[in-house]
Design a protein around this ligand. Sequence first.
Ligand SMILES: [Zn+2]
Length: 130
Amino acid sequence: MYTSLYSLTVTDQLSPNMHELGITQNIIAIVTENAQGKKVQRVLLEVGKLSAIMPEAIKFCFDICAQGTIVEGAILEILEIPGMAKCRQCGTTFGIDKPFGICECGSMKLDIITGEELKIKEIEVEELCV
Ligand SMILES: [Zn+2]
């Protein structure tokens, strides 16, 4: 008997309008559902830098919340996505570290392109093969 690992892609988008504990409980619930009873080895989470979510706080909550579940002992990897905005006035794309800013053309009308994500990108589960 040996084990094989495989990755699942999760499409659920999490709501960033929660505190880290609520988010983490949500993550574990989604991971548990997707893993279908298999032991979870690794969870890859995408967190946008503009989402105001602290990756360290998520990691801290993750270990606590995972206890006693199939997610217990899984590695939580967090991929931070930098903020990018596009100016509605002149179309310039540039990096931002806050969910607002000002373009070099003077416009403050920006569309956020990346940096607000909060999603589970990948789950790695262990499958028992007989
Ligand atoms: Zn502009």
